[in-house]
Ligand binder design. Structure first.
Ligand SMILES: Nc1ncnc2c1ncn2[C@@H]1O[C@H](COP(=O)(O)OP(=O)(O)OP(=O)(O)O)[C@@H](O)[C@H]1O
Ligand SMILES: [Mg+2]
Length: 260
């Protein structure tokens, strides 16, 4: 199973240091959720983990090898990335987008195989996009489009899934549906899932492992029960809150009090 880690990772945009020498050891086969305030560098970390950004210093390792020593195609066989705001590819249908996810598994001029079609069909069903598969992306609602991109990431059939706010644009029921889908995938295939979520209670409820980011560094990491505390939320978000236990699944829940 694919192993993802980073050592002494420093990430910058020109002279602006966003992430300062962090070490990451992403637990294999688990759901890891990254939380932190707007602009703290969550998407930047995900880009580096997905080989979409070169570190200023330090390295990301995929199965023990520096991720920049793989070709993009080799990385795409092992790792799928769903961006925070995917481009709108207007003329593409949902099904074509999903077939595009099969590219890393094909040789240059190969046609789509029966396996490709079957995997795409399953991804469309799992995301409830099968009835919309012939629609073009520009003719979908924001939430439907988000589900189409999730279907594409699933069709890529990778061990590792990186998702940057996959619940954006979704109503609450669809947010929970996507999180349940990801959890079911994780339980069935033991994929390693790393995602950024803004809803703290969803993060605490769905994460096996939580990483909180503040001031360019990892503030705390561990299980939600270990690190999801009033103190962490005060430090990372500047928010006063009360933590209670969910009567449904015993996960910690944050009740906001205020920011003053
Ligand atoms: N391409 C870029 N060029 C220059 N600065 C950037 C670029 N992308 C992001 N930044 C800056 O880097 C910092 C971290 O951005 P990043 O997108 O990683 O934050 P984030 O934690 O994902 O925030 P959000 O919760 O708003 O999505 C921000 O200050 C942002 O303005
Ligand atoms: Mg972001």
């Amino acid at each position: 199973m694919t192993q993802l880690s980073a050592e002494e990772l420093t990430l910058t945009y020109e002279t602006n240091t966003i992430i300062n020498g962090i070490n990451l050891n992403i637990p294999k086969g688990k759901i890891t959720i990254i939380i932190g305030a707007n602009g703290c560098g969550k998407s930047t970390i995900l880009h580096a983990l997905g080989r979409l950004m070169k570190p200023k210093q330090g390295s990301v390792y995929l199965n023990g090898k520096n991720i920049h020593q793989y070709s993009p195609k080799e990385v795409a066989k092992q790792l799928a990335f769903l961006a925070q705001s995917p481009e709108i590819l207007e003329d593409l249908t949902v099904e074509e987008l999903c077939l595009y996810g099969r590219h890393p598994h094909k040789s240059l001029f190969a046609r789509h195989s029966d396996k490709d079609k079957a995997v795409v069909e399953e991804a469309l069903k799992a995301t409830k996009m099968d009835l919309l598969k012939d629609r073009t992306l520009d003719a979908l609602s924001g939430g439907q489009r988000q589900r189409a991109w999730i279907a594409m990431a699933l069709a890529q059939e990778t061990d590792v899934l990186l998702l940057d706010e996959p619940t954006t644009y979704l109503d609450l029921a669809h947010q929970i549906e996507v999180l349940e889908l990801l959890r079911a995938l994780n339980q069935k295939h033991k994929n390693t899932i790393i995602m950024v979520l803004h809803d703290l209670n969803q993060a605490a409820s769905y994460a096996d492992y939580l990483i909180s980011i503040a001031d360019g560094e990892i503030y705390q990491e561990g299980t939600p029960n270990d690190i999801f505390t009033e103190e962490m939320i005060q430090h990372v978000f500047g928010l006063n809150s009360k933590i209670i236990e969910s009567p449904v699944n015993q996960a910690p829940i944050c009740i906001p009090i205020g920011v003053i």
